[in-house]
Design a protein around this ligand. Structure first.
Ligand SMILES: Nc1ncnc2c1ncn2[C@@H]1O[C@H](COP(=O)(O)OP(=O)(O)O)[C@@H](O)[C@H]1O
Ligand SMILES: [Mg+2]
Length: 161
């Protein structure tokens, strides 16, 4: 089972939106997907209710219960667990970062949002999960919502890494 976490300390960066999109796309291509909603805001629990379909499981879970839940999902044949994480540092985000094979930190390509996502990078570095190419635990940043007009930035602004 692969575990992908959407982590970013910046609220509104697109974690829940991309997590739901990835869940639907992976389901369509044959994965047995389970979404774990770790955010008390419950965006993906609401998404599940609105979809009214049980093809993609969505479970609410806090940080303390996460490791046991992942073990049990793997035992049930889930092939992809997607973690939607609150936009604030805490037990849930730390547990998710540690458990994930891949951490993805979406960010809008604006200076303020990129600066906020630098804190996420620091948190990932502290648990040894940032861009460690020789480990199975890696992290990535994803530019979300590029400008609809004008020229989209081609690279991260200097100092935002
Ligand atoms: N690529 C996108 N294009 C347009 N709207 C987006 C995109 N990604 C996110 N949004 C919108 O931005 C808002 C915040 O997204 P959300 O996924 O809830 O962020 P987060 O989970 O990081 O707080 C929502 O209204 C969502 O519909
Ligand atoms: Mg969210």
């Amino acid at each position: 089972m692969r575990t992908i976490a959407f982590v970013s300390e910046s609220g509104g960066s697109g974690k829940s939106t991309i997590a739901a999109s990835l869940a639907a796309a992976a389901h369509e291509t044959g994965d047995k997907v389970c979404v774990i909603d770790m955010d008390p805001q419950g965006s993906l629990m609401n998404w599940s209710t609105i979809r009214a379909s049980r093809d993609i499981g969505v479970i609410a879970c806090g940080g303390a219960r996460l490791p046991a839940l992942l073990v049990s999902l793997e035992g049930m044949g889930v092939t992809l667990a997607i973690l939607d994480v609150p936009g604030a540092e805490g037990e849930a985000s730390t547990a998710a970062m540690r458990a994930a094979d891949l951490n993805i930190a979406p960010s809008r390509p604006s200076l303020f949002d990129l600066r906020a996502s630098a804190r996420t990078r620091t948190a990932l570095e502290e648990i040894g999960a940032y861009m460690t190419s020789c480990s199975c635990s890696i992290s990535a940043r994803l530019a979300n919502r590029p400008p609809t007009s004008g020229t989209a930035p081609r690279r991260w602004p200097r100092g935002a890494n």
